[in-house]
Write a protein that binds this ligand. Structure first.
Ligand code: CU
Length: 491
């Protein structure tokens, strides 16, 4: 550890002039109300990390040891109101619950494998003994189904760390979680809110529940196991200083973008960055196996989006929209859902055969295949579209169908190449405000959920009266093991 730190310090020493600027938190742009409430008055302490939609792994104390029981198991993970997948996770969720400890703690993790195959738990970034590294077949025997293994750590680091299965496909099935090591000396300035967001992607075919962990074409992009609009917003009081820890244990890289604020990157998967090395931005690229901690003062009231900026990661249930489903007036006679969406099926060995349309898992399909493009655009009639998808859930409960007015579509829309793009995928017609209703969403503009998909949620920077109202509703909900409890207890 010391070698790396020394190197960083030396590097900063050599380039000191480059790092002279970022003192912005001491002098925020918009008057005194924009200062962190706690930067002046409140002594720094380690605010517990809130992992919305996931929560924490509880522990017991035995002597001077914190003991956690971590269970690998098959879980049903509802990633969206209309989509529940069969994932592998820990203690009931994928990702697994966040483990929070303090620098200096002695920690024991009693691990139990309830999966149908061997596994183990790797402790990512830990400077610990090889016996605790969790590498199956290298540092330990794989833990067989029904088996146990005890990991034991003396925590001397600080920062955002992870645990995950080191068997790649298990990791892609959801076997990951966060491990927070709070510093002995609290970070300065104090953060009033400290959130963690896991970034993951799944490839799950329509009408399927099992992610294809080999597929590289991901169609469900999730924050803490939820796709927008089912994600839970981050609730911030105007003037709060906020930390968000992004954790990426997936297959893609994610440029995480925040609206309305400039943040500083203050930490990586290697711990805290000295202040002179913080860098400003509104987008931070979180590469695979990396953590990026960002901090900002929520000094700009509003419901601000925070999202991955990769366009395909801002969508749910993606598939090509240039194919039969949207460009023919109706389904081929006797067709099913798969045919309608151009899914891979039909004559074996003839992937460009006439019965194939554009498919999830292959290209747009138009090249050399006249049948995909010979049909004219069908009118964008909701009834026709729904009638053309007999396998889809027409009864969508509270989904707010039918709000897209005729005026929203140009009269010549069907003559325009590339139409429909987002008119078909997003908008008020796809809103489901009531289905994703929760206290954290209180007061959002009606129909908001039709414009939020994939890796997206809000940072809601609320003036005191609105903040108090949302917090009161969250308290009233009295949810068991509420991931927000650390904030609710202190509000
Ligand atoms: Cu992304």
């Amino acid at each position: 550890m010391s070698d790396r730190r020394t190197f960083i310090q030396k590097a900063f020493g050599l380039g000191a002039g480059l790092f002279a600027a970022p003192r912005v938190f001491a002098e925020p742009p918009k008057g005194s109300s924009s200062r962190s409430r706690s930067a002046d008055a409140v002594p720094a302490f380690n605010m517990p990390v809130v992992t919305a939609d996931i929560g924490d792994l509880p522990y017991t104390i035995e002597g001077n040891t914190k003991v956690f029981h971590l269970i690998a198991e098959v879980v049903k993970q509802q990633i969206s109101p209309l989509k529940t997948i069969d994932a592998w996770g820990f203690n009931g969720s994928a990702p697994g619950p966040t483990i929070q400890v303090n620098q200096g703690d002695h920690v024991r993790v009693v691990f139990e494998n309830r999966l149908p195959e061997p596994t183990s738990v790797h402790w990512h970034g830990f400077e610990d003994t090889i016996q605790n590294d969790g590498m199956p077949g290298i540092s330990q025997d794989p833990v067989k189904p029904g088996g146990r293994f005890v990991y034991e750590f003396n925590i001397h680091q600080e920062g955002t760390y992870f645990y995950h299965s080191h068997m790649a496909m298990q990791e892609m099935a959801g076997m990951l979680g966060a491990f927070i090591m709070h510093p002995k000396e609290p970070y300065q300035p104090h953060c009033d809110k400290d959130f963690l967001i896991h970034l993951q992607e799944y490839a799950v075919l329509p009408n399927n529940t099992v992610p294809n962990t080999m597929n590289m074409e991901f169609n469900w992009l999730v924050f803490n196991g939820k796709a927008g609009p089912a994600t839970t917003p981050l609730i911030v009081r105007l003037g709060d200083r906020v930390r968000i820890r992004f954790v990426n244990l997936g297959m893609d890289h994610h440029p995480m973008h925040l609206h309305g604020h400039t943040f500083y990157t203050t930490g990586t998967e290697g711990g805290r960055i000295p202040e002179a090395g913080w860098w400003p931005g509104n987008t931070v690229l979180v590469g695979v196996a990396q953590a990026r901690d960002v901090e900002f003062v929520g000094n700009n009231p509003g419901d601000w989006m925070i999202h991955c900026h990769l366009p395909h990661h801002m969508m749910n249930q993606m598939s090509s929209n240039a194919g039969k489903m949207t460009r023919s007036a109706s389904m081929p006679a006797g067709g099913d859902m798969n045919t309608g969406m151009g899914m891979l099926q039909g004559t074996p060995g003839a992937p460009l055969g006439e019965d194939y349309g554009p498919a999830l898992g292959r290209g747009l399909g138009g090249v050399g295949n006249a049948s995909d493009t010979a049909t004219t655009n069908g009118p964008l009639s909701q009834k026709k579209a729904m009638d053309a998808m007999p396998g889809m859930q027409h009864d969508m409960g509270n989904m707010q169908m039918g709000q897209m007015a005729q005026d929203d579509i140009a009269k010549n829309a069907n003559d325009v190449p590339n139409f429909p793009q987002d008119a078909y995928m997003e908008g008020p017609m796809m809103a489901m405000d009531e289905m994703v209703d929760r206290p954290e969403n209180y007061g959002l503009r009606a129909g908001w959920s039709g414009f939020m998909q994939g890796m997206m949620t809000f940072v809601r920077v609320l003036p005191p009266d609105k903040y108090d109202e949302v917090i009161a509703r969250m308290k009233q909900a009295n949810r068991p093991s509420d991931p927000y409890s650390a904030i609710l207890e202190r509000a």
